[in-house]
Design a protein around this ligand. Structure first.
Ligand SMILES: *[C@@H]1O[C@H](CO)[C@@H](O)[C@H](O)[C@H]1NC(C)=O
Ligand SMILES: *[C@@H]1O[C@H](CO)[C@@H](O)[C@H](O)[C@H]1NC(C)=O
Ligand SMILES: *[C@@H]1O[C@H](CO)[C@@H](O)[C@H](O)[C@H]1NC(C)=O
Ligand SMILES: *[C@@H]1O[C@H](CO)[C@@H](O)[C@H](O)[C@H]1NC(C)=O
Ligand SMILES: *[C@@H]1O[C@H](CO)[C@@H](O)[C@H](O)[C@H]1NC(C)=O
Ligand SMILES: *[C@@H]1O[C@H](CO)[C@@H](O)[C@H](O)[C@H]1NC(C)=O
Length: 589
């Protein structure tokens, strides 16, 4: 039926000014947010419902034996860049283990947003951020040997064997930051059996006597100073060729801190302190254990787990912080307080893929690709988890909404507790965030725009949102008496289309407010045909490659698919100019 659409179909289309897409393929938006980032979350009904759900869900968790609530404490927040103040996150939940009440330790008896926990590997976010603030990312592709003389010496070893020696001169700083260096996970501080076990027992289990010159003399009990760390490292073979695959390495972050010290000629810890902790006034965040133990949650019998420092390996996992401070950090990332907008966005992009089809990796983020339950699009979450001794942590950023999750745990948590918390928050929160963003976009942009009276042009643009589709839909587009929808289809897709759809998406292009309080914001259209052959089970063909066709048609330098709105002080659109058509259309109030 749809195999030979004709010029008649095109004419029919022209007559039928309102588009009602009927094709079988879902819309294919640009990757990234489908709507402007929502700014009034606290007053959204969808968010209020989600928050009530979270409170019920997490109160129940406090009595669920599977969550080990009697010996585990947790502090959890959902925060947003639009939170009115730093102390009032969108949602918070604190649970104190009953065991803590009777614990004879110097720590708190009741946890809240300010309680200090250990972060483990969430520290890596602070390390990368310190690097980016101090040195930017222009050094990212330089070889590590340029900055770390001990590795330059190793690289110059005469007896280089590609199987047994790390090819340090081919490893870049970016490789270290995004776990692509192919180096081992840790040196001696974790996983070195000779550090953790009685030698007689190990030999009885089948290991040969350990060669004295290849056995670390430092690591867990005696922390390795920098010199011993590099001397020891010269014995250790690589795991993979550089840039072969993602292979997590804590050690890479220790080396990265040395590289930053060489670049800046400054000490790492004071840089982290002044660039992040002092700048954001994180009063419950510490690189080493705080002097005041009463700030922390310290389960009975775990004073050493609280106070143990990992020494030179600290940039990879030693830090201490509170849920409120992690939320503050997350807001600062979204608000570009510490890094410029473009650099922040570059930071929040993947570097490599993993074996999990929904998972990517960058520095230090794990990237989760989450299909929304309505099937309209994919939301990318940037997360870093950590665990050290009895502590567990997680920071999740959802850049599409400028919303995040901070979760800290202490005690006898079950293994997957931090991710399980995110799973439980996400299933209620994500659909609500998309709904809230859609509702705000509807209120701020949807409606009828027409040419101003004196121009006497028959020009109209009608925009709406649809609960099952991403972005704002172009329902009607008339320019000076001509239906522009078939025209846009003709010049963009260049073939006969039976189910056209035009929807517009945020571009990040936004001007500062003018003297009268108005500002401009640009949207980009996707012009597509929803009546294509379904390629969802094809190997190479795809249903969703629209990003390739942006700006396919330009009229006298101005893109046919670009729409620039003028917003009033209240954030509501007052007019729109389809750039190629050069006439502002006023929003009917
Ligand atoms: C579009 O339709 C016209 C008229 O039927 C036909 O001549 C043309 O080949 C079609 N183009 C494509 C790409 O199918
Ligand atoms: C926690 O402890 C209380 C009182 O000691 C006990 O009644 C309850 O069953 C325990 N809950 C769980 C989940 O173990
Ligand atoms: C190691 O284990 C053996 C056998 O159990 C024991 O005799 C020895 O004392 C242990 N050595 C140390 C240092 O603990
Ligand atoms: C919370 O929302 C999720 C996702 O919609 C749902 O599965 C769950 O049953 C809800 N829980 C409560 C307590 O309402
Ligand atoms: C509108 O259409 C009229 C009639 O075709 C034409 O003369 C005029 O130039 C057009 N105006 C604009 C602004 O496109
Ligand atoms: C404006 O143009 C559209 C599309 O060509 C047409 O359907 C409509 O009748 C026109 N309206 C007026 C008032 O001329």
């Amino acid at each position: 039926m749809k195999s030979h659409p004709s010029a008649t179909a095109l004419l029919l289309l022209a007559a039928q000014a309102l588009i009602t897409p009927t094709g079988g393929i879902p819309n294919c938006p640009y990757p990234g947010p489908a709507f402007p980032k929502p700014r009034s979350l606290a007053s959204s009904d969808a968010i209020k419902t989600a928050i009530a759900n979270l409170t019920t869900t997490f109160n129940a968790r406090g009595t669920d034996p599977a969550a080990n609530p009697n010996s585990t404490s947790w502090s959890i927040q959902v925060f947003s860049a639009s939170d009115a103040d730093e102390d009032t996150p969108l949602w918070s939940h604190y649970h104190t283990a009953t065991d803590l009440l009777t614990a004879n330790t110097p720590g708190v008896k009741s946890v809240d947003g300010d309680t200090v926990y250990r972060l483990g590997s969430v520290t890596k976010i602070f390390t990368i951020l310190t690097f980016l603030i101090e040195a930017g990312d222009t050094y990212w592709n330089t070889p590590v040997t340029q900055w770390v003389p001990e590795l330059e010496l190793l690289a110059g070893k005469a007896q280089y064997d590609p199987v047994m020696n790390v090819e340090w001169e081919t490893i870049t700083l970016q490789d270290l930051a995004s776990h692509l260096a192919g180096i081992v996970r840790d040196y001696a501080i974790e996983g070195e059996l000779t550090q953790e076990n009685n030698q007689t027992v190990l030999e009885a289990k089948g290991f040969p006597p350990a060669p004295r010159n290849e056995t670390p003399t430092c690591g867990e009990m005696i922390k390795c100073p920098r010199a011993e760390f590099f001397t020891g490292l010269s014995n250790v073979p690589p795991s993979f060729s550089p840039s072969w695959t993602a292979g997590y390495s804590n050690m890479g972050y220790q080396i990265l801190s040395y590289a930053l010290e060489a670049i800046t000629q400054k000490q790492f810890a004071p840089m982290l302190q002044s660039d992040i902790i002092d700048k954001l006034e994180l009063q419950h965040t510490f690189y080493q254990k705080p002097d005041d133990d009463s700030l922390g949650v310290i389960p009975e019998g775990h004073e050493d787990d609280w106070s143990y420092s990992i020494g030179e390996a600290s940039p990879t996992g030693n830090m201490y912080s509170s849920a409120s401070d992690l939320s503050r950090l997350g807001r600062a990332i979204f608000r570009h307080t510490l890094l410029a907008p473009a650099q922040t966005r570059r930071w929040l992009k993947p570097t490599a893929l993993t074996s999990d089809i929904h998972e990517g990796v960058s520095s230090p983020w794990g990237i989760r690709r989450i299909p929304l339950s309505d099937g309209s699009r994919v939301v990318d979450a940037y997360s870093k988890a950590g665990s050290i001794n009895v502590y567990m942590s997680l920071l999740v950023l959802l850049p599409d909404y400028d919303v995040g999750i901070s979760a800290l745990l202490a005690g006898g948590w079950p293994g997957n507790a931090n991710w399980d918390i995110a799973d439980n928050i996400g299933r209620a929160l994500l659909p609500a965030l998309e709904d809230a963003a859609r509702e705000e976009a509807d209120a701020n942009y949807a409606g009828i725009y027409t040419a101003a009276g004196d121009a006497d042009l028959n020009s109209t643009l009608v925009l709406s949102t649809d609960a099952a589709r991403p972005g704002l839909g172009v329902d009607r587009w008339v320019s000076n008496g001509t239906d522009m929808i078939p025209v846009a289809v003709r010049y963009t897709l260049n073939y006969n289309v039976t189910a056209p759809s035009i929807r517009i998406y945020p571009t990040g292009l936004e001007s500062a407010a003018a003297a009268d309080g108005t500002r401009k914001i640009a949207f980009k259209a996707v012009v597509e045909n929803l009546d294509l052959t379904d390629h969802s089970s094809a190997m190479f063909s795809t249903n969703c490659g629209t990003w390739v066709s942006q700006t396919a048609a330009v009229y006298a330098d101005m893109p046919l698919d670009q729409f620039v709105f003028t917003l009033g002080e209240d954030g509501r659109a007052v007019s729109v100019t389809p750039l190629a058509l050069r006439t502002a259309l006023l929003r009917n109030s």
